[in-house]
Design a protein around this ligand. Structure first.
Ligand SMILES: Cc1cc2nc3c(=O)[nH]c(=O)nc-3n(C[C@H](O)[C@H](O)[C@H](O)COP(=O)(O)OP(=O)(O)OC[C@H]3O[C@@H](n4cnc5c(N)ncnc54)[C@H](O)[C@@H]3O)c2cc1C
Length: 255
């Protein structure tokens, strides 16, 4: 397992009704790779009864895996050693969401070092993105790093109109917001928007979100449209009714 560090909460803001941006600060973040924005990171959620000493010990124990969840580095500030993580506030049925809802300045959390960004650069400069709110941070971070002449379409499923958020993407990237207040009932509007979109064949495709929708779009791009693997990033970020470790097991079984 990657080396784990402790970070402190230095910011807690609702950027929209269903998305909480938490800023985390730690000395370890000062040595993250400069291109970590948009990469995933493992967070270890303390148990409510942990004090910081007990949590240090917990980070070295086997039980740590049960409290580990995957998130995305939305912004990175190497100088101050801070990252922003945007949490979907889906209730207190999961430790990460519950923690984000109740976190206060000065609270602690565990974190790993980050992985690399997920949005693949495309030779054509064209992009097609389909995401829900869990994958929006990874997509937005990637889009904000594209060259200014990039073009494409982003279909973003959000829980309410008030969850629309600004993205500093190139002018040629068009955002299409799809409201779905019940993601537990499926993402049919998102998948049909993609199936109705006119493909050019040379886009870099980024698809991430709930397992069933992602599975449908994987079939669409790989089997029905014959897109090559290296043109695609397709990954499920959560699965209805399963906690993260169970979802990961299902993903491995079908891979
Ligand atoms: C590479 C990667 C990057 C990710 N980046 C982000 C990110 O930046 N922001 C973010 O919010 N999520 C992100 N996710 C998704 C996040 O890891 C999962 O949503 C995770 O399950 C949340 O943990 P939890 O403790 O809140 O819930 P868990 O304990 O894992 O699950 C508890 C219950 O909540 C349900 N659930 C989980 N997520 C959601 C949801 N979004 N909406 C409704 N119900 C849900 C589960 O189906 C389960 O029934 C990412 C996932 C991956 C793989």
């Amino acid at each position: 397992m990657k080396h784990l560090n402790i970070a402190l909460v230095t910011g807690h803001n609702y950027i929209s009704p269903n998305m909480i941006r938490i800023t985390l600060q730690s000395e370890a973040i000062k040595s993250f790779p400069a291109n970590a924005t948009g990469g995933h990171i493992k967070l270890i959620i303390p148990q409510p009864e942990h004090n910081s000493r007990e949590f240090q010990k917990f980070l070295r124990s086997f039980g740590v895996r049960k409290r580990m969840r995957t998130y995305t580095v939305r912004h990175l500030n190497l100088q101050s050693g801070e990252i922003d993580i945007d949490f979907v506030a889906h209730g207190d049925d999961g430790p990460a969401s519950a923690w984000a809802l109740s976190a206060k300045l000065g609270d602690f959390i565990g974190l790993s070092s980050p992985g690399s960004p997920k949005l693949k650069p495309s030779q054509s400069g064209r992009y097609l993105v389909a995401v829900d709110m869990t994958a929006f941070p990874a997509a937005a971070a990637g889009l904000e790093g594209l060259s200014s002449d990039s073009t494409g379409d982003v279909y973003a499923e959000i829980l309410s109109e008030k969850d629309i958020q600004p993205v500093n993407a190139p002018d040629g990237i068009k955002l299409h917001w799809i409201i779905n207040s019940a993601p537990h009932a499926g993402s049919a509007a998102l998948t049909s928007a993609i199936r109705n979109h006119s493909l050019t064949g040379d886009e870099s495709v980024f698809v991430a979100g709930e397992y069933e929708a992602v599975g449908d779009l994987r079939t669409y791009f790989r089997k029905e449209q014959g897109y090559a693997k290296d043109q695609l990033y397709i990954s499920s970020y959560w699965k209805r009714g399963l906690i993260e470790s169970e979802h990961k097991r299902v993903k491995t079984l079908v891979a």
